[in-house]
Design a protein around this ligand. Sequence first.
Ligand code: SAH
Length: 294
Amino acid sequence: MDVRSFLAQTHDPAARRRNYQELVRQYYDGVTLFYRHGWGECFHFAPFSGRETVPAAIEAQHRLLVRAAGIKATHRVLDLGCGIGGPARSLARLTGAHVTGVTISPEQVKTARQLTRRQRLEGCCEVVLGDAMKLAYPDASFDVVVTIESACHMPDKAAFYAECARVLRPGGRLAGWDWIFTPRGDVEAERREHAEPICAYFALPALSTLEEIGEHLRAAGLSVVRLEDLDVGERRWFEPLARRLENPLSQVASRLSSTLAMMQRSGELLVRAARAGAFSALGFHVSEKPRATS
Ligand code: SAH
């Protein structure tokens, strides 16, 4: 990817909103290969105490999501912003449900389909190209909608959650977690110092607070069952990332490739913001679409 031209555009918040499709696609088409081989099939974080392996922490987070969303074998599940389908395949395996993943990156669709075929999960898992802001599905098509660290890419968060609610059947649940801005003191100073650089490096139009996510869910007509930052106590999600960034090999690699240099810098921004208490990757939410009353 042309990192210089990408960052020139993403440093302008209005451009990130206006050109979100192009910028998010450029970002993930460029980094997906590195994420896959450097991080794994799931492009997300999880609470981490240091006593478990990273794959175990990730699977525990999937189990939490399954319980919170109430996913059953008979369910049709929609995973919005699905990466290369790691979580979609894991949810399908854990529950027997049928999971459809949507991503805006053609590169991710290609990789997701290869992995799904290789793991013989074509019967219960499919990944399609699409924009989660404008879904092609009719109203009430899914029993459960999940979103894992992807809503932060959406240019209009209220419209995104309304779209999630639209495709959900009455009684169905929306659950997931997202990157959140968690300012403690001077909001504008923390936004400039922490939130804005993260948004620029990851092609995020803007970061929401947990409270804002709650407001969007309610405005979409959903009743909020759970809303909490899972980044608490000693279960710090960013420790595996911090270790990776400190590895001398990562530092050498980032001198050889401009994409890796951007990823190294962007990882450092996450860790710095999280240590300062201004950012969490684990803004967890569960909500339910009310059943129609007649
Ligand atoms: N949930 C996945 C990926 C998280 S990365 C996982 O945990 O592995 C964010 C994902 O959101 C990427 O796959 C990106 O392509 C997707 N995304 C961002 N904006 C999108 C949009 N408007 N429509 C569909 N997918 C989008």
